[in-house]
Design a protein around this ligand. Structure first.
Ligand code: MN
Length: 298
């Protein structure tokens, strides 16, 4: 495993990454329950590294995250089971939220979400998780654990947090039947987006999104693998680049409150840097949308 320090997000140093910066980037190189191809623990370093080549100016949101101040925190390293990581991350992310910071978390496998979302939900009881994924992750138990990557949204749902998923296209019959029986879990499948074009796709996703503060829990496999092929379970089909970009822009236009964000499940492959770069670009856009939301409220 490469142990070189990957450096700061966007390569920021000096004034732009002051200790009291409202944006904090937290790498969580955690992988314990991955079932197919492994290597997501290397994802955060690959994103941090690629982010140093990302243009500061984001032409979709017409702004720059560094303008608000962005600091890269120490990576959170945990060798224990996902339940233990959840407890640790809940404390760490909770402290950032209490200090009025916007956290962007870079995974790692998707099981890392529970602790951060628990921290956010305790502070925002009406929290809504906007969940991008090819998979619902709603299994009650999978591979002998109730806290693995295939169960993470079920544990989030257990908290009473509302979930609105989009991009789903690998769904078990049990999960398919779960959504219609719940008022707190909804989804827009990839098939529903197929006949729609451009802005209509974004409108369809937003139409089902409840009011309330948002946590963005984005699994990169929700995107079409032609954009990011390097992920553990690259399902064909999926959400296109312009839809996620315009979705972030519309959240900004609608002045939605974004509490925190995470991007997970990149599985970098040496010599193939397009996936790393796409994730870094998307991570910057998510961070920027969050920081703009944060700035409107402070
Ligand atoms: Mn997934």
């Amino acid at each position: 495993m490469k142990t070189l320090d990957p450096g700061a997000f966007l390569g920021l140093e000096g004034h732009d990454c002051r200790p009291d910066a409202p944006g904090v980037v937290i790498a969580v190189p955690y992988e314990a329950t991955t079932t197919y191809k492994t290597g997501t623990a290397l994802g955060p370093a690959a994103i941090l590294n690629a982010s140093q080549q990302v243009e500061y100016y984001d032409e979709w949101l017409e702004d720059e995250a560094r303008r608000y101040g962005v600091r890269t925190a120490a990576a959170v390293v945990c060798d224990g089971p996902p339940e233990q990581l959840a407890d640790e991350l809940e404390v760490i992310v909770g402290a950032h939220l209490d200090a009025q910071r916007f956290p962007l978390i870079l995974g790692g496998e998707h099981s890392i979400s529970l602790g951060s979302i628990r921290a956010a939900a305790k502070r925002h009881p009406d929290l809504v998780v906007l969940h991008l994924d090819a998979h619902p992750d709603l299994r009650d138990e999978y591979d002998g654990t109730r806290y693995g990557h295939g169960c993470v949204m079920r544990r989030v749902w257990d908290l009473g947090v509302r979930i609105h998923a989009f991009g789903l296209r690998a769904i078990s019959p049990h999960e398919r039947d779960f959504y219609p029986t719940q008022t707190t879990a909804t989804y827009v499948g990839a098939r529903e987006l197929l006949p729609l074009h451009g802005p209509e796709r974004v409108e369809r996703i937003l139409a089902g999104l409840p009011a309330g503060p948002l946590w963005l829990s984005w699994d990169i496999d929700g995107l079409d693998p032609s954009i990011v092929p390097h992920t553990g379970t690259p399902e064909p089909g999926g959400v296109d680049w312009y839809t996620v970009s315009e979705l972030l822009r519309q959240l900004d236009v609608h002045k939605r409150h974004i509490v925190g964000a995470e991007l997970v499940e990149l599985l970098p492959l040496p010599g193939h840097h397009a996936s790393d770069f796409a994730c870094a670009r998307l991570a910057h856009r998510m961070l920027l949308a969050g920081l703009r939301s944060h700035a409107r409220r402070t």
